[in-house]
Design a protein around this ligand. Structure first.
Ligand SMILES: [Zn+2]
Length: 194
């Protein structure tokens, strides 16, 4: 009787240990995969909602949406294109400091480092823009940075290419804008007018 009981106990013990071993093995096998699933891609980092205005117009059409490239050197669209007539004022969307105002490959480019956006800071870029602001200028949301230049090679009609990046990571500039501003303007891809 006692012999049978201890045999049962031994069997239970073996089963318990086997169960534990399987459990640990399963955890070890699953752990790296679970970790990889929870780590978000760099392009999905959260962006603080610092924008207080659109950079052009009141309700600009988004004629070309944000298309992050799958890899650093792949093709993509690292910003959004907003339809606006050439000569339109281009405004700072958030408070910051002009970090670049000049020409790159024949196009006028202006960049603003955003106040309170971390380290390294978020940087918005606007092009093609004939800059009236200079490097080092402090700007408030809505301050005019310059005027939109014609951009025949980038959009079928005149448009502002608006970008956002932190160091070398490009982000979606529309994520700077609060929902009430996004609702006022169409934030989805719209057909390009002929
Ligand atoms: Zn563009």
């Amino acid at each position: 009787m006692s012999h049978e009981m201890s045999h049962e106990r031994a069997k239970r013990l073996v089963c318990t240990w086997l169960g534990l071993l399987m459990c640990v093995t399963a955890l070890l096998l699953l752990a790296p995969r679970a970790g990889a699933r929870t780590a978000p891609p760099a392009t999905e980092e959260p962006v603080p909602v610092l924008g207080r205005t659109w950079p052009v117009g009141l309700r600009p059409l988004v004629v070309h949406a944000w298309e992050p490239p799958p890899t650093t050197y792949a093709r993509g669209h690292r910003g959004v294109d907003l339809s606006a007539p050439a000569g339109s004022p281009v405004r700072a969307v958030a408070a910051g400091r002009v970090s670049f105002a000049g020409r790159v490959a024949g196009r006028g480019v202006i960049s603003v480092e955003l106040t309170g956006s971390g380290d390294p800071p978020l940087r918005t870029t606007y092009e093609p823009v004939r800059a009236s602001a200079k490097k080092g200028d402090e700007v408030a949301p809505g301050d005019v940075l310059g005027t939109l230049e014609p951009s025949p090679s980038h959009c079928p009609t005149a448009c502002l290419h608006w970008g956002l990046r932190r160091a070398d990571t490009y982000l979606n500039p529309l994520s700077l804008l609060p929902p009430w501003l996004l609702r006022r303007g169409p934030s989805r891809l719209l057909p390009v007018p002929e």
